[in-house]
Design a protein around this ligand. Structure first.
Ligand code: B12
Length: 350
């Protein structure tokens, strides 16, 4: 338990370290104690949710990626943060006066906590929020809109592989007459991807979303309404081929694996399963980068994967071999090939 709360407690790195240690230890009660003490000391709830809970959660991800924490410890920490968030928001009562927002994670998107933080932040700002949670299939989202008639849909996407589904959801919401604000790391570092997929607005954090929605909402309809902007690369030929041949691509890569990377001959069942899963991630990130027309989506993924593998003493040659096995099957597809070449070139520099 913290001993004292200074006038600007969230500027104190020690407080974050203490909270992180409790979360990492699964100590839900003590972690909640810190958050509630901050609230009682007058720290705005929005800052507790975004900076303390959200900031710690991002640190948890780094600790897992660096192989300092196991997946189990990461899951336990996430569960504690979810409980602390519930404890903080359970102490707040704000009557909605602004309007109604539907908040959903894109189909196949399981990162529910960032969206939950956003939901609670919007509630504090006077919105009535229907939080639909993780992985909401597009058609159910649209049914919900028809039943509730919200002023906005807030759509969360934390991994770029879900961007094609985000596009479908954005298009359907706008066709139903409800403007969409998009957000989450999957939409990239700026508003570019969100604009490309036809969203009416974008914000990088919950705090920014509050500001964006509080003024000039709804936005004037974009000129392309009701459809989303038609671009060559969205669902272009290369993307369509990759998605259709995904299963075959992975199966062939698995068959050729031991020739390209001989230690794979001794892989046990679990290792083979994980490798097939990794090929699936490769294919999905490549497909997303083709869909959105941004090789950087794939390059970020390979850069991050290389760091994760290195932290676990997996030789980078195994990863290079995997990239070649996918590339060899896509030689007729120039954008895919050049993206894979860039990724391979980047891997030479540790
Ligand atoms: C916890 C976690 C999980 C948990 C999620 C549990 C839960 N209930 O949320 C589980 C275990 C399910 C998970 C699974 C996976 N994860 Co994960 N996960 C994380 C982790 C550690 C934390 C996420 C989080 O809560 N962050 C804290 C929040 C507060 O961060 P934030 O982005 O700042 O949030 C703000 C904004 O995004 C914004 N925002 C969010 N939504 C919206 C919506 C709107 C409309 C607006 C305006 C704003 C907005 O507001 C938020 C608050 O300010 C991150 C690491 C990280 N650094 O974030 C990885 C991370 C997101 N995961 C990642 C990956 C790869 C995966 C998996 C593919 C792993 C795997 N191999 O299976 C799967 C994919 C599952 C899926 N299909 O969704 C990668 C994504 C990589 C990439 N290139 O995009 C990350 C970044 C890890 C990494 N690289 O270090 N994960």
């Amino acid at each position: 338990m913290i001993t004292s709360i200074t006038s600007h407690p969230l500027d104190d790195p020690e407080l974050f370290e203490e909270y992180l240690a409790l979360v990492g230890d699964g100590d839900e009660y003590a972690a909640t104690g810190i958050a509630v003490a901050l609230l009682d000391a007058g720290v705005p709830a929005q800052r507790i949710m975004v900076e303390l809970i959200g900031g710690t959660q991002a640190r948890v991800g780094e600790l897992w990626a660096g192989n300092d924490w196991s997946i189990a410890r990461e899951h336990a920490a996430t569960a504690v943060n979810e409980r602390v968030l519930a404890a903080v928001t359970g102490r707040l009562r704000v009557s909605p006066w602004r309007g109604r927002i539907t908040l959903a994670c894109v189909d196949g998107e399981w990162h529910g906590l960032p969206a939950r933080i956003l939901a609670e932040t919007l509630r504090l700002d006077g919105w009535r929020v229907d939080y639909l949670g993780a992985s909401v299939p597009g058609r159910h989202l649209i049914t919900h809109l028809h039943q509730t008639g919200p002023d906005a849909v807030a759509l969360s996407c934390m991994i770029p592989t879900r961007l094609p589904r985000a596009h479908a959801a954005i298009t359907a919401c706008r066709a139903a007459g409800v403007p969409v604000i998009a957000g989450g790391r999957g939409f990239g570092p700026g508003s570019r991807y969100a604009e490309r997929l036809g969203a009416d607005a974008w914000a990088s954090t919950a705090a920014e979303a509050v500001d964006r929605l509080a003024s000039h909402w709804p936005p004037p309809p974009a000129p392309e309404f009701p459809g989303s902007p038609v671009r060559d690369y969205l669902a272009g030929e290369e993307y369509t081929h990759l998605v259709r041949s995904r299963a075959q691509l992975i199966a062939t890569a698995m068959q050729r694996l031991a020739d390209r990377y001989p230690p794979a001959r001794d892989y046990d069942e679990y290792q083979r399963e994980s490798t097939a899963e990794d090929f699936g991630h490769l294919a999905d990130f490549l497909a997303a980068s083709l869909y959105i027309g941004e090789p950087q989506v794939f390059l970020d993924f390979t850069h991050w994967t290389a760091a994760v593998l290195t932290a676990r003493q997996v030789p980078i040659s195994a990863f290079r071999g995997g990239l070649h096995l996918i590339r060899d099957q896509l030689v007729d597809f120039p954008t895919a090939t050049s993206t894979l070449d860039q990724a391979l070139a980047n891997l030479t520099t540790p």
